[in-house]
Design a protein around this ligand. Structure first.
Ligand SMILES: Nc1ncnc2c1ncn2[C@@H]1O[C@H](COP(=O)(O)OP(=O)(O)O)[C@@H](O)[C@H]1O
Ligand SMILES: [Mg+2]
Length: 397
């Protein structure tokens, strides 16, 4: 299968919408919901670096019985690294633990290698503020306890600094649990054969559970897509599906919205973006959450079509649709019809119950009118039971 998918990497910085005023970092620190009292005592506005250290130290203290979050790059991690991904705003490398260090239990628990995520250096000062803000959002989301220990969220193992070849980054790097399998996009696009429907369903369910915990903690992901879902081996070796999906990349996440606050998304990716983004200057927390729900529906659709571009006209060899065509189809709800009709043409072997489930998922997610995205199951505080597994709802929490 082709892995050339330029249309997928259509991430666009919405700089005009970014709130890049100089108080951004300060206010994001002030609004912290974790260890607030500890932090407010020690925080002072002495620069991004110091603010960041103060913030993480406070979060570290709030996590009981954990190893230190600050890791010395030279001591704990090997200098032998391989680049996994290199984008406009970050670079991710695979790196091993240094042999002989006392991180033996890390190795045992998280494997021989970790992923190091570096933020790129920008000379433009306003861009640097945005980078700090995104880094803070990512760290705060990943260290918030209910999110940190959730099986469908990537685990942040630590934070480090160090010189990186070819990068002038003075930003801290995140040490993350490495996925050897890569993203959901890589898993699907590199597989010779389609994943079975059961595997696809389980992976979508995992993502829905991850979104559920984020929303329960009032965190909006803001850039949900295949490239931000990592796949790991299932630690439960007796499980019928050998994979676990975990949501990653929280740089675009939005949090701390009060009842009267309105915000935009920072780093959405156009093909997976809910249409109302373009007609609003700011959205409430519930409205922002509903953009994640829209993206979740699109993720389910793309998973069903093996990670390929789902926006292909059904009955022709025409080129993939342009951004504006996709937008028009989202606004007219033709996209919903395309998704529903599309799965009828695939030989999924899932019977009418399976098709009904998919139609139900699409009808309750990729709706133009946000209030019709009715897939939150209040009884279970979860999207999972309705979105991914309507037929096995009793198994879901
Ligand atoms: N923990 C990880 N394990 C393996 N690959 C990763 C990991 N984290 C990120 N990547 C790879 O790096 C890419 C970029 O990382 P991401 O966190 O999405 O940052 P960006 O903000 O640049 O999109 C991902 O799409 C994925 O291919
Ligand atoms: Mg990403």
């Amino acid at each position: 299968m082709s892995t050339s998918t330029p249309w997928l990497s259509n991430s666009f910085p919405t700089s005009s919408r970014l709130d890049v005023d100089s108080s951004a970092l300060h206010s994001s620190l002030e609004g912290i919901s974790l260890s607030e009292s500890t932090l407010s005592e020690s925080y002072n506005d002495s620069g991004h670096f110091a603010s960041f250290v103060t913030l993480v130290a406070g979060l570290e203290r709030s996590l009981n019985n954990e190893d230190p979050l600050f890791l010395d790059l030279d001591i704990w991690l090997s200098s032998n690294r391989t680049v996994i991904a290199s984008g406009a705003s970050s670079r991710v490398e695979k790196v091993g633990w240094n042999s002989g260090n006392f991180k033996g239990k890390y190795k045992e628990r998280w494997g021989n290698f970790v992923a190091l995520k570096y933020t790129r250096h920008h000379t433009d000062a306003s861009r640097a503020i945005v980078n700090w803000k995104q880094l803070l959002s990512e760290v705060r989301a990943l260290l918030h306890e209910p999110i940190r220990y959730h099986p469908n969220i990537v685990r942040l193992l630590g934070i480090t600094w160090g010189a990186v070849e070819g990068m002038q980054s003075n930003f801290p790097a995140l040490v993350l649990e490495l996925s050897e399998m890569g993203t959901l996009a890589q898993l699907q696009l590199n597989s010779e054969e389609s994943l079975s429907f059961d595997i696809k369903k389980k992976l979508c369910l995992d993502v829905a559970k991850g979104i559920s915990i984020l929303h329960a903690c009032n965190v909006v992901h803001g850039d949900l897509k295949h490239e931000n879902v990592l796949v790991y081996p299932n630690r439960d070796t007796s499980a019928s599906v050998k994979y676990v999906a975990k949501i990653s990349d929280f740089g675009g996440s939005v949090m701390d919205l009060g009842a009267d606050d309105f915000r935009s998304l920072h780093t959405p990716t156009r093909p997976w973006l809910a249409p109302e983004f373009f007609s609003s200057n700011g959205m409430s927390e519930i409205e922002l959450k509903l953009t994640d729900v829209y993206a979740l529906g699109l993720l389910v659709w793309r998973t069903i079509v093996d990670g390929q571009n789902p926006y292909l006209p059904l009955h022709s060899d025409a080129e993939p649709m342009s951004d504006s065509q996709i937008y028009q189809m989202k606004c007219s709800n033709e996209l919903l019809d395309l998704a529903k009709e599309g799965v009828l043409h695939l030989k999924l072997g899932i019977g009418s119950d399976g098709i009904d489930t998919l139609h139900y998922v699409f009808e309750n997610t990729i709706q133009f009118i946000p209030s019709l995205r009715n897939c939150y199951d209040h009884a279970h505080r979860s999207y999972a039971s309705r979105v991914a597994l309507r037929t096995d709802a009793t198994n879901c929490t």
